[in-house]
Design a protein around this ligand. Sequence first.
Ligand code: NDP
Length: 240
Amino acid sequence: MARVAIVTGGTRGIGEAISLALKDLGVTVAANYAGNVEKAQAFTERTGIQAYQWDVGDFDACAQGVARVAAELGPIDIVVNNAGVTRDGTILKMDREMWEDVIRINLGGCFNMAHAAFPGMRDRKWGRIVNIGSINGQAGQYGQVNYAAAKSGIHGFTKALAQEGARFGVTVNAIAPGYIDTDMVAAVPADVLDKIVARIPVGRLGQASEIARGVAFLCSEEAGFVTGSTLSINGGQHMY
Ligand code: NDP
């Protein structure tokens, strides 16, 4: 059966790779993005996947976005909560806006999207929700109390919603990527990045496609017995 998926932040970086991996599975994909229209248009030209703009941190915009995609492509079977931002700084340099932006988008986005899409999945007795967490939500990271808190929250959110979805064929899982070669990591200063790579046992950054393969598995028909789990894909940087 052809499934319909929404990938938030699905037009570049890890999200683009996830959109493509789901398309390869035969899924009809809607790739959401925040506002970088130029990158979204280039993505659609490259991939043939339709892009939809809304802010995942906005509750009403998520409800409207899910309704619009459902009207155009069909009921939503799969949501990948991938959209995320960083606003780094030590706690003394982190103002309230930096804290609230990251919590609102990274963690609030998961709630907003699940709130809109979960009821339909439950009614149709099939659904897949995959939330992109982070190694820094598992282990913490200097200068990222906002991001680490949001990502750690995603892991708790995943386990709680998994319990609500289990009886209805809706699985909810998380992936915790390590350091992946995308725009987000390109923003890290080179000397800091060198130190990070030195701590990765496999000796390199990950590729977006390596995260996407994990997401594709968790969204597949065969993964119905996997729920409430976190798959770490981090080159061995953090093991537990
Ligand atoms: P990028 O910065 O490369 O891409 C971010 C994507 O999210 C873009 O499509 C962007 O849209 C979208 N986005 C940002 N804010 C919003 C918003 N408010 N509403 C809707 N879409 C939004 O990120 P990555 O590919 O590097 O990261 C993807 C996910 O993986 C994030 O959740 C990140 O925290 C997580 N992660 C990344 C790691 C890494 O090493 N790269 C490591 C661990 C986790 P637009 O193009 O319009 O700006």
